[in-house]
Design a protein around this ligand. Structure first.
Ligand code: ZN
Ligand code: ZN
Length: 346
């Protein structure tokens, strides 16, 4: 090779390098909800509220995080766990907030288990529990499956998770992407982690991680570093757990793919001020629409009556739910808002 052609090749090297880089990038193209620095919502109508929009409301509520919350009288039903020995194939119990026990085809499933008095990063600071859990954790039947929707403190509570793992080493925790590390830090290894639309078969049930429209973070430096999700559980009957979510097109997508659902657990609380909360929390009217999109035959209302987090009165969501159901001429008996500890068959 003469000097001239050698120089020519050197001259092309930068172009070749960038072509290879482009090729490599195409090979590892990220799914739309992944970004280089975390996860994001992908509904075209999703509008994230900026720090400046949120700041005045957050600042005006800072003292709430440290003050004692008033106890609110949310209706409750006595539940000492004895009902679970009757082995009914399909039951559902509202324990409080998004914590629900589902019995399904011989398996006991628990969603977002939180028994904490205070949902926050410090013992004394966080969203305050205003009503007691519907059943003591120690009175639950042995739990086979725990579904976690995201890492916010009102959904992922260290003490509850550790108690459940200690109580039954066979309990399997299903978590969205990048949440497994949190469990492994605590020495809990019976964990399966999934991206949206991924899943597995466990104990005869198909468990699929499905989308939600929300965000994540447990401190100031980890916003959206871990994924948020809903869960679809398919057996002879079909169960859907919406997690924490604003209203979005994902409900219709999930309904089309896996619906109709025999039971859908859908959040109805934490919606005021509406302007700020709408992208990430549904109000009862949104929840009813979501359930219609999902083709839920029965909807159980969750994410209300438990933690003081937003501006609507704690007992308002079920009233607004009843209004939304009437307005749409739907059957009220298919839209459930339970007493704490209440159990029904589904
Ligand atoms: Zn959340
Ligand atoms: Zn929440």
């Amino acid at each position: 090779m003469n000097r001239r052609s050698a120089l020519k090749i050197f001259g092309y090297l930068p172009f070749m390098a960038s072509a290879i880089e482009l090729f490599a990038q195409a090979g590892r193209r990220l799914p739309a909800h992944h970004t280089e620095d975390g996860f994001r919502n992908i509904d075209p109508n999703f509008e994230e509220r900026s720090f400046t929009e949120m700041a005045p409301w957050v600042i005006s509520h800072l003292t709430d995080l440290f003050s004692r919350a008033p106890k609110v009288d949310i209706p409750r039903e006595y539940n000492d766990g004895s009902i679970y020995s009757l082995s009914k194939p399909y039951t559902v119990t509202w324990i409080g907030h998004s914590t629900v026990l589902i019995q399904m085809e011989g398996k006991n499933i628990l969603t977002d288990p939180v028994w904490a008095e205070n949902a926050g990063p410090l013992k004394f600071a966080g969203a305050k529990r205003v009503s007691e859990p519907g059943i003591e954790l120690q009175k639950l039947p042995p739990i086979d499956i725990v579904l976690i929707s995201h890492n916010h403190y009102d959904h992922l509570d260290q003490s509850s998770i550790e108690k459940l793992a200690d109580r039954n080493p066979k309990t399997k925790f299903f978590v969205p992407l990048r949440v497994r590390d949190w469990f492994e830090d605590k020495g809990i290894r019976n964990v399966e982690e999934f991206d949206w639309w991924e899943g597995t078969t466990f104990l005869g049930l198909k468990i699929i991680c499905t989308p939600a429209q929300h965000f994540s973070g447990r401190w100031v430096n980890d916003r959206n570093q871990t994924l948020w999700c809903s869960w679809t559980v398919l057996g002879k009957k079909k169960l859907f757990f919406a997690g924490d979510s604003g209203y979005g097109s994902h409900f219709k997508n999930i309904g089309n793919k896996f619906g109709p659902f025999d039971l859908a657990l859908v959040p109805i609380g934490a919606y005021e001020p509406r302007k700020l909360m709408k992208p990430v929390h549904m109000n009862p009217a949104d929840a009813v629409q979501a359930n219609e999109d999902l083709e839920g035959k029965k909807m159980l209302s969750i994410h209300w009556g438990t933690f003081l987090m937003t501006d609507e009165p704690m007992d308002e969501p079920p009233k607004k739910l009843a209004e939304a159901v009437t307005q749409k001429n739907l059957s009220p008996e298919n839209y459930w808002a339970f007493k704490l500890g209440e159990v029904r068959e589904w």
